[in-house]
Design a protein around this ligand. Structure first.
Ligand code: FAD
Length: 296
């Protein structure tokens, strides 16, 4: 029986609504908490389809995901999506966290495997009594009948996937296990996104795939992160930002312009919406919205 309240992300998209969503991470201290809530308040007027909160590598940071998503459910008009990973958890622990999400009024979960504690390039070691792949977490959440489930997608392929086709097979398996929508890793070429969508559609699966947008505000940091997670920063993008070297304001502006161009290409090509990696700040997202002439 379907016991999920309200309408889900996939239903909203199927109705033809363009989806906008914002991702946050659990703040580490009081100053971070203040910054997060300012970003949430700044972005709420855009009536996002959902806002998501990532799940950290361990410790109190994980409880913060529950606390922040339940506060969003309680105090705002927005739909929170709580991320959850298999890292370091037994099945019983994962079930208990799913219980706590439901108790907090959180009915959307982003079901992820997570990365090994040594980083995204390290070999995956499953936790004894835990789960191996995100698909199993999708199955676990789906079996409850009370969750709407999102999953991760990789326009350039997950770094440990054998091929782009094998990577698409994994996303298809997650959709068949009960995932309703997918959000992509950051990427900088629209054709990588459309290639992934095509591979998934060729396999007969129509799961909405929301492109994840990360504006380049610090080129060196994004290139480092890209190397770890398998996202290439194309030479023309590097060249356009590097051309403003020595002028931090112009470099930032170019990063925003590039992100807005990517967003425009994605929407024009039929992407069902945009998912913004906000890093708990609203400024860059608001600047991109302004460039795209998206208003409240
Ligand atoms: P899976 O889908 O399980 O895939 C992991 C690897 O296993 C892939 O290489 C896949 O090809 C392979 N694989 C999967 N199933 C099989 C199978 N049956 N047989 C063989 N190989 C298989 N990390 C966090 O720690 N916290 C977060 O909150 C978080 N949020 C994220 C949000 C988004 C939108 C994205 C894109 C990533 C996020 N991540 C987060 C990072 C994510 O956890 C890592 O990218 C992780 O390495 C893969 O997670 P997954 O859910 O895609 O795993």
């Amino acid at each position: 029986m379907d016991r999920r309240p309200g309408r889900g992300v996939a239903e909203l998209i199927a109705e033809g609504q363009r989806s906008f969503s914002f991702e946050f991470f659990p703040p580490r201290d009081e100053a971070g908490e203040t910054q997060l809530w300012k970003a949430i308040q700044d972005l709420e007027p855009f009536e996002p389809t959902f806002v998501s909160v990532t799940y950290g590598a361990g410790g109190s940071n994980r409880d913060t995901t529950i606390r922040v998503t339940s506060r969003i459910a309680r105090e705002t008009s927005m739909t929170p999506v709580a991320h959850l990973t298999c890292v370091g958890h037994t099945r019983a622990e994962l079930e208990a966290i799913l219980d706590s999400y439901l108790a907090a009024g959180v009915h959307h979960v982003m079901a992820l495997r997570g990365d090994p504690e040594e980083g995204p390039r390290a070999a995956w070691t499953p936790t004894p009594g835990g789960l191996d792949y995100a698909t199993e977490l999708v199955e676990m959440a789906h079996a409850r009948g009370e969750f709407r489930i999102g999953v991760a997608a990789f326009p350039e392929g997950h770094p440990s996937a054998e091929s782009l086709d094998a990577d698409a097979d994994v996303l298809v398996a997650k959709a068949r296990a009960g995932a309703e929508f997918a959000v992509t890793q950051m990427f900088f070429r629209a054709e990588d996104y459309f290639g992934l969508v095509e591979r998934v559609r060729d396999r007969g699966v129509d799961i909405p795939i929301l492109p994840g947008i990360m504006p380049i505000l610090n080129l060196a940091a994004i290139r480092r992160q890209g190397e770890l997670i398998g996202t290439d920063v194309p030479a023309d993008v590097v060249a356009r930002i590097s051309a403003k070297d020595g002028d931090p304001v112009a470099m930032r502006a170019e990063g925003i312009t590039l992100a807005a161009e990517l967003c425009a290409d994605l929407l024009a090509g039929g992407a069902p919406g945009l998912h913004f990696y906000t890093l708990n700040r609203s400024k860059a997202t608001l600047e991109i919205f302004q460039a795209l002439q998206i208003t409240v």
